[in-house]
Design a protein around this ligand. Structure first.
Ligand SMILES: Nc1ncnc2c1ncn2[C@@H]1O[C@H](COP(=O)(O)OP(=O)(O)OP(=O)(O)O)[C@@H](O)[C@H]1O
Length: 729
């Protein structure tokens, strides 16, 4: 297909109009006074650590087995071009399968014409994996949100309907004229494809509620010509622009207990979490707990934990829960899918139950005790569902608000009572600006995906949040930060939000990639990617697969293309209306569309049952993004697979960091990749400080040196000044 054709392909007129029915050891971490604790939960972990290093050395210097060497003889073969259902050709999908050159690049056509401003990645590609400084656009905004999740604590099922909440007179004043999208539908042109009887419609449109997640090249330029940190969608909602008003009201989640406590099973590797190396640094580290009982939670909470199917703590929970219960500030870094959400929700709820919160009741100005922020709408919705699950049967009321939905709806949710406010940053600041939320009672601020929340995209909003009138100072509140990745420069910025004696918990393995995810890198040229993708998907069959691409346009294009290939596919990206995004996620969750093509908007946090494969059609530009993306599979002790297409024309600069991530996670490193990595050798490259043992290290060590840290901990005077490195405004 020629360059000029791809747009046409997207809007093929014969396609049916698509209405996406997306559904979708007694861890004495040391006695008081210890400042640095490292726990080896078992001796085997020690062995493991050594073997891992050994493995790394071997993989670096031995030629190794190539997992994806190109075989020109095979390259032109297209083995499974049959229609949907013709999957399972009897070959293994594991390494063997790949080394068999079955998934090799061909010479099929496939031009990508990408506008440079279509990227949704957090970083530009040419930065390379290891470079983390100063990324994000100035107006990256929150992205997605949905009330649905089929994983733990969420309800499942396809949802085709949209909540058509009746506009409330008073709060409708905030909305202005409803112009497009939302409950009245969009005027966007639908483009469609067909897959398994379902049509695919996608494409960014001009409808209200779209957007909300802006990548580096989606900057919004303000009248003054300066980049605005606020997204276009949020500015619309707050009336900053004349753009279409957002009218979408998300459907309420099911209220029945079964739905609230729906969860998926922990996987075969869940018990292996016990062997993960944990490091806690800072002063006076409270001892870790081994069981939920040791947390001394109230009966209702314990009952909810049991109903949620939690019987055993994950490492991040073992360490974080006592720290939060002890009133300490915390920065916690643990691998994807290892239960960070409960690690902050449970102790916060326990405190609320202990202290007694004001029972929810209608009030024009609500004063929540806890504010939780996350970078995407879908993620914050998911966190809300977890909060609702764990607070079930208590007087604590959780509320979620996010962009792309009607502002009046958010306000209506809040005024009914709000103890825990789950919000995306833009909507949160709007609501605070409208004086529907008072901050005086705030005792807990949680930044999930904290590195993302503090980067240049959201950092300014977070800074505004903590500077809002009424917001208790950091000494008077508890601030908690969680992520699977924590670049050092972002950790330094975090100091402004945290008390100087905050604790740092690092759980996990080298490089941060979850070891339960089998990673495979295939050499695939740009023009062969589509063919390879189809080949892989046909082999996968109906197993849930997320396909990550670099740009929103490409997400549309690939989703349409797959539908044409009769592979039931949906897509999620920042140019889709919120309603469409939620439906897409719902369709993916319930298995109606087993393939979800996504941009970076879906890379973080999403906990979707049974995602067995992640395919990086395009490699992301940073290791952190890679780690988060592949972390959508292999969650909670389950296993998963990640396949990444490596284009030697454009990805060679990623070879070195990629080799490191693979080695650190004890994955096979293809010989060809090592060769490229060596050829691209950059003196001094270390693959970042995350390389050796832990997911992330406490950067305070870099300021003081490890020994002094062990001996003396930190003092505020030694804490980094976050504003030194980066301009926030
Ligand atoms: N102790 C536990 N027992 C059983 N299941 C658990 C436990 N803790 C968490 N889970 C489940 O594990 C899954 C992953 O948890 P969660 O989404 O909190 O991971 P995470 O560490 O925040 O991941 P990410 O880094 O991708 O955001 C969820 O379905 C959650 O309900």
């Amino acid at each position: 297909m020629g360059d000029e054709d791809w747009e046409a392909e997207i809007i093929k007129p014969h396609m049916s109009s698509y209405v996406p029915v997306f559904e979708k050891d007694r861890y004495s971490s040391g006695a008081h006074g210890d400042t640095f604790n490292r726990t080896l939960a078992s001796l085997s972990e020690m062995d493991d650590g050594y073997s891992r290093r050994d493995h790394f050395m071997r993989s670096r210097f031995a030629s190794g087995r190539s997992l994806g060497n190109r075989d020109p003889g095979e390259s032109n073969k297209r083995e499974n071009t049959s229609t949907m259902g013709d999957f399972g050709v009897g070959r293994s999908f594991g390494n063997r399968g790949f080394s068999n050159n079955k998934f090799e690049e061909g010479d099929s056509c496939g031009f990508w014409r990408e506008s440079s401003n279509d990227r949704e990645d957090n970083q530009t590609r040419n930065r390379g994996f290891s470079k983390r400084d100063g990324y994000q656009d100035g107006n990256d905004s929150e992205a997605s949100g949905s009330f649905r999740r089929s994983g733990r604590g969420s309800y499942r099922g396809c949802r085709g309907g949209f909540g058509l909440g009746s506009p409330n007179s008073k709060y409708e004043q905030d909305e202005g004229t409803q112009r497009s999208g939302g409950i009245f539908g969009s005027r966007r042109s639908a483009l469609s494809g067909v897959g398994k009887g379902d049509a695919y419609q996608s494409r960014s449109g001009s409808g209200s509620g779209r957007g909300g997640y802006k990548g580096l090249n989606e900057e919004v330029i303000t009248a003054s010509g300066k980049n605005s940190w606020k997204s276009e969608a949020e500015r619309r909602e707050s009336g900053d622009t004349q753009g279409p008003k957002v009218t979408y009201i998300p459907p309420p989640p099911p209220e029945d207990e079964d739905s609230i406590f729906a969860h998926y099973q922990t996987g075969i590797n869940f018990d292996k979490y016990d062997t993960i190396l944990v490091e806690v640094s800072g002063h006076d580290v409270p001892p870790a707990i081994l069981t939920f009982e040791e947390a001394n939670l109230c009966q209702t909470l314990n009952s909810n934990i049991a109903k949620a199917g939690y019987t055993k703590l994950t490492p991040v929970q073992k360490y974080s829960i006592p720290i939060v219960l002890g009133g300490r500030d915390l920065m916690a870094c643990a691998q994807t899918g290892s239960g960070k959400t409960a690690a902050f929700l449970l102790p916060i709820l326990a405190h609320m139950m202990r202290d007694g919160v004001t029972a929810s009741r209608f009030k024009e100005l609500q004063e929540p005790e806890c504010i939780i922020v996350a970078p995407t709408r879908e993620l914050i919705s998911q966190i809300y569902l977890e909060a609702r699950k764990f607070s079930f049967g208590t007087c604590v009321r959780a509320v979620v608000i996010y962009g792309g939905t009607q502002l009046g709806h958010s306000i209506r949710q809040i005024v009914q009572g709000c103890n825990i406010l789950c919000a995306t940053p833009g909507r949160l600041m709007d609501i605070i600006g409208k004086e529907k939320i008072g901050l005086r009672q705030v005792k807990y601020i949680v930044l999930d995906e904290a590195d993302r929340m503090l980067d240049m995209g959201f950092g300014p909003e977070m800074k505004k949040l903590i500077s809002c009138p009424g917001m208790p100072s950091k000494e008077q509140r508890q601030t908690l930060m969680f992520s699977a990745t924590f670049p050092e420069e972002i950790q330094r910025l975090a100091g402004e939000f945290l008390k100087s004696n905050y604790l740092f918990v690092a759980v996990g393995q080298v490089g941060g990639a979850c070891r339960d995810v089998q990673q495979t890198i295939l050499q695939v040229g740009q023009y062969s990617k589509r063919e390879k993708l189809v080949e892989i998907l046909r082999n996968i069959g109906d197993e849930r697969t997320m396909v990550f691409v670099e740009t929103k346009k490409k997400a549309d294009f690939i989703a349409t293309f797959l539908c044409q290939e009769k592979i039931s596919t949906t897509s999620i990206h920042g140019d889709r209306e919120q309603r469409e995004r939620e439906q897409a996620l719902g369709d993916f969750r319930c298995g109606k569309c087993p393939v979800l093509v996504a941009t970076s908007v879906a890379a973080r946090g999403l906990d979707i049952e049974n995602v067995q494969h992640v395919i990086n059609f395009d490699l992301p530009s940073t290791t952190d993004e890679y780690v988060h993306r592949i972390g959508r599979t292999g969650r909670c002790g389950n296993t998963g697979r990640a396949i990444s297409f490596f284009d030697t024309e454009s990805d060679n600069h990623l070879a070195q960091p990629l080799v490191k991530v693979l080695s650190d996670a004890q994955q096979d490193v293809p010989a060809w990749l090592e060769e490229i990595a060596f050829s691209m050798y950059v003196p001094g490259f270390s693959g970042s400080t995350r390389g050796n043992v832990f997911v992330s290290i406490d950067t305070r060590k870099n300021y003081q040196g490890k020994s002094s840290l062990n001996a003396a901990g930190f003092s505020s005077s030694q804490a980094p000044n976050p504003v030194d490195d980066e301009s926030w405004d």
